[in-house]
Design a protein around this ligand. Structure first.
Ligand code: ADP
Length: 432
C-alpha cells in the first residue's frame, strides 16, 4: 500500500478549505542556554539515580542542579517547573536569558501550522508583551485577539518585559561535569528545561480572547488545548488545579454551546505533577474529542491506571492499544499516540478513515522535513519521501475501536527535535 502517495497535494487543498483554528493556552519565550561545564565547577550534591528521586518542581537551587545533572548524566530530556521567585532570579543572574526563541505548546503548534494555507490560526498568548510578540513570524494567517479584534501579535502587544521564560539548557555528548570530585560524562546530547511562568500557570482564559472566541464560535472548526504541564497543584492563593480545570471546562462548554461542530483536541505534554495529571485524566479526557501524547506521557497515564509503565516505554503495541481502549471508554473518540518511527491512531465512531490516514502521512512528512531543515518548508517535503519506514503498516479493530499503526519517516541526523510532537499532533488533527 502506498500510504504516502498524493498526500502533499491533498494536505494543501485540505488546509485551504479550513475554517478558523484556535490554539490555547500556552505560548512562552524559550531561552536557549548552552551549558559550559567549566563554569559550573565542582558541585556538592547527591545525583538522583532514577526519575522518582527527582523533585517534581524546583523550589530550591539544589533542585535545579539535581534536574540538570540527572538530565546531563543520563542524556535524557527533562522538564521541571520553577516554583520559587528566588530561584528564578538566581538562574537569571547566573545564566541570563540565553538566546530567545518562540516556545510553548500553542505557539509551537502555530509555528507548525502557519506555513500551510490555513485561513486563520488564532493563538492565545498571555502575557502578550513586545518581546514574545516579536518572535512570531510575519504570517498573514496568524492572529491573536487584540483590543481591536483580530491582529498580528506585533500590532497587539501590551507593554514590554520577559515575565515568563522556559530555559532550555542544552548539553552535548562528551561534555563532563564534576560532582563531589567525581567526573560524569554526558552520554547523549540532550536538554534540561526549567520553566518559570506564574503569570499563566492558572491557564486562565482572559479577555479579549475569551469574548472573541465565544462571539465567533461559528467561525471556528478546530480548537487545540494544551499547557496543563505548567499548572500547579495548589496555587499561593489557595485555588487548586481542580478549581482551575473546572473554570476551563466552563469556557469550553460555553464555546460548544455556541457551536457544537467544533472539534476539541487535548495535547497532553509532559505533566510531571501527579495531582495535575490526575485532574487532567479524570476531568478532561472524556470532555475532549481527541487526545495527543507520546510514549513517556502515555506511560504516566498507564502508571496512574495501575499498569507497568515499562510496557509502554518498550513500545509494546498490544499494551499501548489496551491502555488507549480504556481511556476511550468515555466520549473521547480519537487518540493519536506518537513515538519515534510510528504513530498509533485510535478512532471510535464516525471518522473518515481515508482522511485520517492521509493526515497522519502529511504530519509525518512535515515532522521529518522540519527535523531535517530546522523549519517547515513545503517545497522540501519531497526530499523526505524517499526515507524508508522501519515499521509495517497495520490496521485492526478492538473493543469497537479502529486502530491504525502508521509507520513514519525518521530523519537520521535531525537539526532540531524540539516541538516536533506539537507539529505532528496539530497537523494530523486539523487535517484529519
Ligand atoms: P516535543 O515535546 O519536543 O514535541 P515529543 O516527544 O512530543 O517531543 O515529540 C517528538 C516526536 O517527534 C517523536 O515522537 C517523533 O514522532 C518525532 N521525531 C523525533 N525525532 C525525529 C526525527 N529525527 N525525524 C522525524 N521525526 C522525529
Amino acid at each position: 500500500m502506498k500510504i504516502y502517495d498524493g498526500v502533499i497535494d491533498w494536505g494543501i487543498k485540505r488546509a485551504r478549505d479550513s475554517k478558523m483554528i484556535g490554539l490555547g493556552f500556552h505560548s512562552v519565550i524559550d531561552g536557549l542556554v548552552k551549558i559550559d561545564p567549566k563554569k559550573i565547577g565542582n558541585l556538592d550534591l547527591a545525583i538522583p539515580q532514577k526519575f522518582s528521586d527527582l523533585p517534581d518542581s524546583i523550589k530550591f537551587i539544589d533542585d535545579f542542579w539535581k534536574g540538570l545533572i540527572f538530565s546531563f548524566s543520563n542524556g535524557s530530556a527533562l522538564q521541571l517547573m520553577i516554583d520559587s521567585k528566588e530561584v528564578y532570579e538566581w538562574i537569571m543572574k547566573t545564566f541570563g536569558t540565553g538566546t530567545l526563541r518562540l516556545g510553548g505548546t500553542s505557539a509551537n503548534m502555530a509555528k507548525g501550522l502557519i506555513p500551510f494555507p490555513f485561513e486563520k490560526i488564532l493563538v492565545y498568548v498571555y502575557p502578550l508583551k513586545k518581546e514574545i510578540a516579536n518572535l512570531f513570524s510575519n504570517s498573514k494567517n496568524l492572529f491573536v485577539v487584540g483590543n481591536n479584534g483580530l491582529d498580528h501579535p506585533i500590532n497587539a502587544y501590551d507593554g514590554e518585559g520577559i515575565d515568563a521564560i522556559h530555559w532550555i539548557f542544552e548539553f552535548s555528548q562528551g561534555q563532563s561535569i564534576t560532582v563531589k570530585g567525581q567526573t560524569y560524562a554526558c552520554p547523549r546530547s540532550n536538554r534540561f528545561i526549567a520553566s518559570w511562568n506564574p503569570a499563566n500557570s492558572k491557564l486562565e482564559v482572559r479577555d479579549p480572547f475569551r469574548s472573541y472566541v465565544i462571539d465567533h464560535a461559528k467561525d471556528i472548526s478546530h480548537f487545540l488545548v494544551s499547557g496543563f504541564h505548567i499548572m500547579q497543584e495548589v496555587y499561593p492563593d489557595g485555588e487548586t488545579v481542580e478549581d482551575r480545570i473546572d473554570e476551563l471546562l466552563k469556557f469550553i462548554q460555553t464555546v460548544k454551546d455556541k457551536n457544537s461542530e467544533i472539534r476539541f483536541h487535548l495535547e497532553f505534554a509532559s505533566i510531571r505533577r501527579d495531582r495535575v495529571r490526575r485532574a487532567v485524566e479524570e476531568k478532561l479526557f472524556s470532555m475532549f474529542d481527541s487526545l495527543g501524547l507520546n510514549e513517556v506521557e502515555l506511560s504516566w497515564v498507564a502508571r496512574d491506571m495501575g499498569y507497568d509503565e515499562k510496557d509502554i516505554l518498550n513500545l509494546d503495541v498490544e499494551r499501548i492499544s489496551q491502555i488507549i481502549s480504556e481511556i476511550m471508554r468515555g466520549d473521547l473518540s480519537r487518540v493519536h499516540f506518537h513515538t519515534l518511527g510510528f504513530y498509533l491512531l485510535a478512532l471510535k465512531g464516525d471518522y473518515d478513515l481515508e482522511s485520517q490516514k492521509k493526515a497522519l502521512a502529511f504530519a509525518s512528512l512535515a515532522a521529518a522535513q522540519r527535523a531535517m531543515d530546522g523549519e517547515i518548508n513545503l517545497e522540501r517535503f519531497k526530499y523526505v519521501l524517499d526515507i524508508p519506514e522501519k515499521y509495517d503498516y497495520k490496521e485492526w479493530e478492538r473493543d469497537g475501536i479502529h486502530f491504525i499503526l502508521f509507520p513514519t519517516k525518521v530523519v537520521p541526523s535531525p537539526k532540531i527535535t524540539v516541538g516536533l510532537g506539537d507539529t505532528i499532533s496539530s497537523l494530523a488533527f486539523v487535517l484529519g
